[in-house]
Design a protein around this ligand. Structure first.
Ligand SMILES: Cc1cc2nc3c(=O)[nH]c(=O)nc-3n(C[C@H](O)[C@H](O)[C@H](O)COP(=O)(O)OP(=O)(O)OC[C@H]3O[C@@H](n4cnc5c(N)ncnc54)[C@H](O)[C@@H]3O)c2cc1C
Length: 525
């Protein structure tokens, strides 16, 4: 009898596996994202499918939980709620999932993480909290920061062990403003690899993912409780998605909405490009505000210093600064601690005579940053766009951009002597760098080939957004809970104060995304 039972279980498991893994061996998706199967590119990176619009059979559908936005926060919330048995749908307005999470450099700060332990780096939750508060000029809402820092490590373990996100076990990033290197990096060094694993896990748990479907309005019952979302899709349908347990807004920030950002920062007009993916218009904030939701710290908007001057997109190749590369101006002189806070570095770049910065490094620094291993595609694009030059001598590289080469030679000579003091004599880095007191690594720029990359700041992160309590429930202007409404990710305000530290967003969105999924289930048990 037992044998028959075991055989039956095996057959059912096999049939389930076949329905998930198609005969070709590729993962087939049966819902709205099914029309293009995800694949890996030549470099072995997962590619998220871009999906053509497809009409819905039912224009009104009922779920337990409706999530708005298929970025890291939305997926984390959906996975957690679905793991607890809820029937979940994610609405995504674009034709591909992932949002900014997908574009990200996939570095996220986790204190006391396993890579730190293997590298002998001492860290603590308290140190991480201190850095985060300081980085935001102590304007962060402290109870929210407590949630962020205390849940960081368990959430990273959940991402690795439950969601299946692949994380490098021998590589970390040291983002500006952090006392120690504490940023884990997802394999492949790009956020789409994190999203892909989230997408797989969500699918495995039966989460429905409706791409090309834009949430337009929140629906409430007569008591004011949020019970669903009105949406429209690219097939021209008007849709209703009911959520018997409620709605989680995870629609990202508003860096792409020039009018909205200028309301709070008039200087960030249309001439300043954005690093963001399309679809970051702040519609999640506006929808909730229509129900009386409060906002926090909308005026705090971050620019990212190291972007493509042509498009405003982030240039990860400039991460060489974390491995020792200095930055100069067109006059060939350094002008700031390259690893300082993003707002400070951005401001400094824009106040140079031509409003550009020029990162300078050599072969050894590039090897340590693993630039060609992780960011080869971007490197090639920068070279093709004449935004990066490789040359045998520094003079040749300087000439390419018209940088004052004698001044550059002096700058690099001085910088190398500071690096020497730091490396050979073990002098404290901030003391060794006599001019700008770097807080991340210094290395000599001495052996060719040499590289110079031209950079400019772009609008990157909106720290302001919806007011939430410490369990991700959306609050009114008076601080009361809006029943049935939860929010997580960049759509939320108050966690990062005036300035989000690098690598703190992915920690934020996964911590609060998972938490929103937990709370919506807990509140409706
Ligand atoms: C280029 C780049 C690099 C970055 N690198 C890092 C990094 O290395 N480390 C780090 O910590 N942070 C990084 N960040 C910041 C971080 O990626 C974002 O803050 C974070 O991914 C936001 O996650 P989210 O889930 O809140 O929003 P997103 O990932 O942006 O997802 C929101 C989704 O909601 C969708 N949406 C919006 N409105 C609607 C609507 N009305 N209906 C339906 N869908 C809607 C959007 O299309 C989008 O897909 C980076 C950001 C960028 C742009």
């Amino acid at each position: 009898m037992n044998k028959i039972k075991r055989a039956l279980v095996l057959i059912v498991a096999l049939m389930m596996a076949i329905s998930v893994i198609g005969c070709s061996g590729k993962t087939e998706k049966a819902d709205a994202t099914s029309q293009a199967s995800p694949t890996r590119d030549e470099a072995g990176l997962y590619k998220l499918p871009v999906v053509d619009p497809k009409p819905e059979k039912e224009t009104e559908q009922t779920y337990d939980v409706v999530v708005i936005g298929a970025g890291g926060a939305g997926f984390s919330a959906a996975i957690e709620a679905a793991s607890q048995g809820a029937k979940v749908v994610i609405l995504e307005q674009e034709s591909v999932v992932g949002g900014n999470t997908s574009l990200s450099g996939a570095g996220f700060n986790i204190p006391e993480n396993w890579v730190q332990k293997s590298q002998g780096i001492e860290d603590s939750v308290a140190l991480f909290k201190g850095d985060t508060m300081k980085g935001g000029d102590s304007k962060s809402i402290e109870p929210l920061v407590d949630v962020l820092v205390n849940r960081a490590l368990p959430t990273a373990q959940w991402l690795r062990d439950t969601v299946g996100v692949e994380i490098m076990d021998d590589f970390q990033k040291h983002f500006g403003g952090h006392t120690v290197a504490r940023a884990l990096v997802v394999k492949g060094g790009v956020g789409s690899q994190m999203v892909y694993k989230m997408y797989e896990k969500a699918y495995e748990l039966g989460v429905k993912i409706k791409v090309n479907t834009k949430a337009e309005e929140l629906i409430t019952d007569e008591s004011g409780r949020v019970i669903g979302v009105k949406a429209s899709n690219k097939s021209g349908q008007e849709l209703v998605f009911k959520g018997t347990k409620g709605v989680i807004v995870a629609a990202g920030g508003f860096a792409g909405n020039v009018e909205m950002r200028m309301k709070y920062r008039p200087d960030l007009n249309e001439t300043v490009k954005t690093t963001n993916a399309p679809g970051h218009e702040g519609s999640g904030i506006v929808m909730a505000q229509k129900l009386g939701a409060g906002t926090e710290q909308m005026e705090y908007i971050q620019t990212y210093p190291f972007c493509f001057p042509t498009t405003g997109k982030i240039a990860f190749v400039a991460d060489t600064r974390m491995y020792g590369a200095p930055m100069v101006n067109i006059e060939g002189k350094r002008f700031i601690n390259e690893n300082d806070r993003r707002d400070m570095v951005s401001k400094a770049i824009l106040s140079q005579s031509d409003s550009f910065g020029y990162m300078v490094w050599d072969k050894k620094i590039m090897e340590e940053a693993r630039t060609l291993e992780i960011y080869k595609g971007e490197y090639d694009k920068l070279v093709a766009d004449k935004l990066l030059i490789e040359a045998n001598t520094l003079e040749e590289a300087a000439d390419f951009f018209g940088i004052h080469k004698e001044a550059l030679a002096t700058t690099i000579k001085d910088y190398n002597s500071y690096a020497e003091d730091f490396i050979t004599n073990g002098t404290d880095i901030k003391v060794a760098d006599k001019e700008f007191h770097r807080n991340a690594k210094m290395a000599k720029v001495e052996n060719g080939p040499f590289y110079i990359q031209k950079v400019i700041p772009g609008v990157h992160h909106t720290m302001g957004g919806l007011a939430i309590d410490t369990e991700a429930r959306v609050l009114t202007i008076d601080g009361k809970v809006i029943k049935g409404l939860y929010a997580a990710g960049e759509v939320v305000g108050g966690i990062h104060g005036t300035n989000r530290l690098g690598g703190n967003a992915l920690t934020d969105i996964t911590v609060f995304g998972k938490l929103a999924g937990e709370t919506i289930i807990k509140d409706t048990k």
